[in-house]
Design a protein around this ligand. Structure first.
Ligand code: NAD
Length: 346
């Protein structure tokens, strides 16, 4: 993966960062945000929709808060810089708010919450995708929200908690994975213009061949917001905070065709040490979490899990056994590599 991005024009360090984050998403079990994205990213680079070698530019520096512009650079570079700045400021002052706009696709948002956790910080992230309406609000059949993810990281001792999800019923990448023959979608994940729910990726992408790029402009249906009116409301808040408040733009209205993925992210970093509650926070929080997890499961074979547990379990298993990929995903990556003259393993 690193060789592909280097051949496509990224400096070696950036190519490595992109590869590491994508494979990291596969390891965490989120194949939707893993190497399945490689052909699309390379395509977007060619189109000029994402740019190598960019830095997060400071637009406003208020000390306790910072506004950053990502200049359409690779999200793996830009968000990494934004998170590092938030961690540094919160480490110094106890809290920091970072409003990031115009970043290329930042991928799995939980990865940034995990970075903050490693520095002992609570972090809260509202994210949107500017100019990418894919999701129908509660009660609608037309696309109005992006998949607008939301993430929170809580640094409890030995058992950090990371909640990280798209506010759509499924992330778009999961529709991609299903379209490549991977895990099928829930039966009510999508909605057609006729108001009928569906699990068929063609509702979102229209017609496609086995290794074709999947383009959401091809279909006339939508992904549904999760959690009925409540999830739909959270999606709206992600759009307003990550899209409007950062001034990067909401999912629409569109003034042109969708161009790759441009993320906005409003992040809040909190240092329990500075708030003076660290010891109680850790004790009470850990005791409470253990009590929550001790609830009698409805299925005796499936213990109650904390957010972040499935990712940790997947990481352990896949680091040991490798990352399985659908044949068509691998074929699309090989085709991209060959197009760039990068040798691929048999
Ligand atoms: P998902 O539906 O798999 O939900 C994941 C969350 O639920 C995690 O916090 C996980 O730990 C928790 N979870 C899963 N099973 C659980 C269980 N049994 N008990 C308790 N908790 C459980 O995730 P998703 O909505 O498909 O999102 C996938 C990824 O897509 C996320 O990493 C998200 O950040 C990313 N995403 C990114 C963008 C972007 O524009 N950058 C857009 C959308 C989604």
């Amino acid at each position: 993966m690193r060789s592909i991005f280097a051949a496509a024009g990224c400096a070696d360090e950036e190519a490595g960062l992109i590869a590491r984050e994508l494979v990291g998403a596969n390891l965490a079990g989120h194949d939707s945000h893993g190497v399945v994205r490689v052909p699309l990213y390379v395509d977007w680079m060619r189109e000029g929709w994402v740019r190598a070698g960019q830095r997060a530019e400071v637009v406003t520096d208020g000390g306790a808060f910072v506004v950053l512009d990502g200049n359409e650079g690779f999200g793996q570079t830009i968000a990494t810089e934004a998170v590092a700045l938030g961690i540094e400021r919160a480490g110094a002052n106890g809290t920091c708010i970072v409003a990031l706009r115009n970043s290329g696709h930042i991928g799995r948002v939980g990865a940034y919450a995990e970075t903050a956790l490693a520095a002992g910080l609570v972090s809260i992230h509202f994210v949107n995708v500017a100019g990418s309406p894919l999701v129908a609000p509660f009660g609608a059949v037309e696309r109005r929200f992006s998949t607008a993810p939301f993430a929170v990281g809580i640094p409890l001792p030995e058992r950090p908690v990371v909640l990280d999800f798209a506010t759509s019923l499924v992330a778009e990448g999961k529709v991609q994975v299903a379209s490549f023959g991977g895990r099928p979608l829930p039966p009510d994940a999508l909605i057609g213009p006729d108001g009928m729910t569906s699990s068929d990726p063609h509702v979102l992408y229209g017609d496609y061949g086995p290794t074709d790029l999947r383009r959401p402009s091809g279909g006339d249906g939508a992904i549904r917001a999760f959690g009925e009116h409540k999830g739909s409301g959270l999606a709206l808040m992600c759009e307003l905070l990550a899209g409007a408040f950062t001034a990067g733009g909401c999912a629409g209205p569109l003034d042109g065709p969708r161009k790759g993925i441009t993320n906005g992210m409003l992040s809040i970093y909190l240092s329990p040490a500075h708030f003076g509650t660290q010891a109680e926070f850790e004790r009470i929080g850990r005791e409470y979490l253990d009590w929550v997890l001790g609830a009698r499961p409805s299925d005796p074979a499936a213990p109650v899990l904390a957010p972040g547990d499935p990712e940790a379990a997947s990481r352990e298993a896949r680091l040991a056994e490798g990352v399985p990929l659908p044949v068509d995903t691998w074929a699309a990556i090989v085709r991209t590599a060959e197009g760039l003259g990068v040798p691929t393993p048999a």
